[in-house]
Design a binder for this molecule. Structure first.
Ligand SMILES: [Zn+2]
Length: 304
């Protein structure tokens, strides 16, 4: 009788373990884009929360005690790295006092360095002049291909931390990656047809997106990443927009768009749009696919 009870108890434990609610990993991500990838990969086997909001400049997020509390309970913290979060993540990690998510441990993952970052500087690295991209451009999630690779890397780490669900994570990542590759063909065709070959942005946020779709980014409104526009620099950008016949300016929607007024006066033909550049950066942008679609339709001019 005792043996049967034990067997029953054992079976019950196994059944409970198989339920997602029991096995759930708690994941904290620094951005909403990363959270959206975790949800694609992990489905209901993980709970994922983001620290930064989609309407916030990811370089500058307030290290609130509430985030430290959430991080204190996390099994895994996922960051972009490349110094995107250097101004605020270290204080959250210190405040969380959670050895699982300490950099170097399995519960800490930086994805940016794993996906071939662009604009990596050679030689003397310095933030002294205000450049917030000293180790290369960290806005890697704006490229659908890199986002697919990031999904695979995240799936690997989730599988290491939660082996019973490893194959589920791997399948989730591969199907997400395939879907993105498929939709990228359509986005590529539409953007090619749009004829827009040059776009000026406020910050180098869309570097990966524009590069994936063969659109040049010949100037940014900031004189250097992280340095607000000056009137002298704006004058240079105006003459470049005229000379290079740039048809479109995209302003990431957490920056002040009023700097573009002068440009609009001087070059009335240029189209100017503010755009979300992260998941939940605007209503209706709840996934990375919706974000890319929003950007594509804005550039091709089918969105008002
Ligand atoms: Zn940046």
């Amino acid at each position: 009788m005792k043996t049967i009870s034990l067997l029953l108890l054992g079976a019950l434990v196994l059944v409970c373990r198989a339920l997602p609610a029991e096995a759930r990993l708690t994941v904290i991500t620094t951005t909403t884009d990363l959270r959206s990838v975790v949800r694609e990969v992990g489905g209901d086997a993980v709970t994922a929360e983001a620290i930064g909001r989609g309407t916030q400049d990811p370089h500058f997020v307030e290290a609130k005690p509430s985030f430290m509390l959430k991080a204190s309970k996390a099994d895994l913290l996922i960051a972009v790295g490349l110094e995107l979060e250097v101004g605020w993540l270290p204080s959250i990690l210190r405040g969380a006092r959670n050895p699982r998510i300490k950099p170097g441990n399995p519960g800490y993952l930086e994805v940016g360095p794993l996906v071939d970052p662009l604009e990596v500087k050679q030689g003397n690295l310095s933030r002294a002049e205000g450049d917030v991209h000293p180790f290369g451009n960290p806005h890697v999630l704006l490229d659908p291909f890199r986002a697919g690779t990031i999904a695979v890397k995240i799936a690997e780490r989730l599988g290491e931390l939660d082996p019973p669900n490893a194959s589920r994570y791997a399948e989730g990542a591969v199907s997400f990656q395939k879907r993105l590759a498929e939709r990228t063909k359509d986005w590529q065709a539409r953007l090619k047809k749009s004829g827009v070959r040059k776009v000026v942005t406020y910050h180098k946020t869309l570097t990966y997106f524009l590069s994936r779709f063969n659109i040049e980014n010949p100037a940014i409104l900031e004189p250097k990443p992280g340095i607000p526009p000056t009137s002298g620099h704006i004058l240079q950008v105006i003459s470049l927009i005229r000379d290079a016949k740039v048809p479109l300016i995209l302003v990431e929607n957490y920056f002040d768009p009023t700097v573009t007024r002068k440009i609009q006066q001087e070059v009335p033909s240029v189209r100017i749009h503010t755009v979300p550049v992260a998941v939940e950066g605007a209503p209706g942008v709840t996934t990375l696919e919706e974000l890319y679609e929003h950007l594509v339709s804005t550039i091709e001019g089918s969105r008002r």
